[in-house]
Design a protein around this ligand. Structure first.
Ligand SMILES: CC(C)(COP(=O)(O)OP(=O)(O)OC[C@H]1O[C@@H](n2cnc3c(N)ncnc32)[C@H](O)[C@@H]1OP(=O)(O)O)[C@@H](O)C(=O)NCCC(=O)NCCS
Length: 186
C-alpha cells in the first residue's frame, strides 16, 4: 500500500529524515497535537528534555545523534539507536527509532523498532511505509532480523507488523504491560 492522498490534500512524499534543528517549528507543531500523557513512540523524548527553547531543542537533537554514534557508550541499560523523523518536505509527521541491538528489556518488551505518527496524519499508510523503509535501513546495517512488539490492543501496530512479515513468537507479560512479540527476517 502506498501513502494515500486525501481529497483536497497534496499527495504525501514521505522521507525518513535525520533529526535537524531546522525543523524545530514543525516538530513542535506535531508535538502540540500529541494527546496529553501519551508516549511518542520512537521519538527518543525523555522526561526532562527541553524541546521548547532553541537551545534545549538543539541539545536534544544532538543527543539523538549521539545515540547512534558507536564511539559513544550508551547509558546503562540502553542500546545504540538511530532516530529519524517521518517528514513530508519540511513538515514533521512522526518519528521512528531503530535500535542497533537488544538489551534484556528490549528483548523482553521493547524490540528493535518503535514508531509513531501524528494523529492528524494517521490511517494514510505512513507507519506502514516508515516500517518498510526502516527495514531496508536495518538490512543496510547488516542486521539479520528485527524484533517488534506491540500491546495486544494496538490493532493498528499489529496489522502493520504482520503485513511487514512479522512472525509472532509469543505474548509476554512484561514490566511495561503485555506484549505481542514478532520477529521479521531481513
Ligand atoms: C500505530 C500508528 C503508528 C499507526 O500509524 P498509521 O500511519 O495510522 O498506520 P497506517 O496508516 O500505516 O495503518 C496501518 C494499518 O492499521 C490500520 N489502522 C490504523 N489505525 C487503526 C486503528 N486506530 N484501529 C484499527 N486499525 C487501524 C489501518 O487501517 C491499516 O490497515 P489496513 O491497511 O488493513 O487498512 C499510529 O496509530 C500511532 O502513532 N499510534 C500511537 C503510537 C503507537 O502505538 N506506536 C506503535 C507502538 S508498538
Amino acid at each position: 500500500m502506498g501513502v494515500v492522498a486525501r481529497e483536497g490534500e497534496d499527495e504525501l512524499r514521505p522521507e525518513l529524515t535525520r533529526p535537524d534543528t531546522s525543523l524545530h517549528a514543525s516538530w513542535l507543531a506535531t508535538y502540540a497535537e500529541w494527546p496529553a500523557g501519551s508516549h511518542m513512540d520512537g521519538a527518543g523524548l525523555a522526561a526532562g528534555d527541553d524541546v521548547t527553547t532553541r537551545e534545549g531543542f538543539a541539545a536534544w537533537v544532538a543527543k539523538l545523534h549521539r545515540s547512534a554514534d558507536p564511539a559513544v557508550t550508551p547509558a546503562p541499560g540502553r542500546a545504540h539507536s538511530t532516530y529519524w523523523w517521518i517528514t513530508n518536505g519540511d513538515t514533521c509527521l512522526g518519528a521512528l527509532e531503530l535500535r542497533h541491538a537488544l538489551t534484556p528489556l528490549l528483548l523482553e518488551a521493547g524490540g528493535h523498532i518503535g514508531y509513531s505518527v501524528c494523529p492528524r496524519y494517521r490511517r494514510r499508510g505512513l507507519a506502514t511505509w516508515a516500517l518498510d523503509t526502516a527495514l531496508d535501513r536495518a538490512r543496510a546495517r547488516g542486521m539479520d532480523e528485527v524484533l517488534l512488539t506491540c500491546s495486544p490492543d494496538n490493532h493498528a501496530s499489529a496489522r502493520i507488523i504482520e503485513r511487514a512479515g512479522g512472525v509472532l513468537e509469543d505474548v509476554r507479560d512484561t514490566v511495561i504491560g503485555p506484549k505481542q512479540r514478532y520477529w521479521i527476517a531481513l
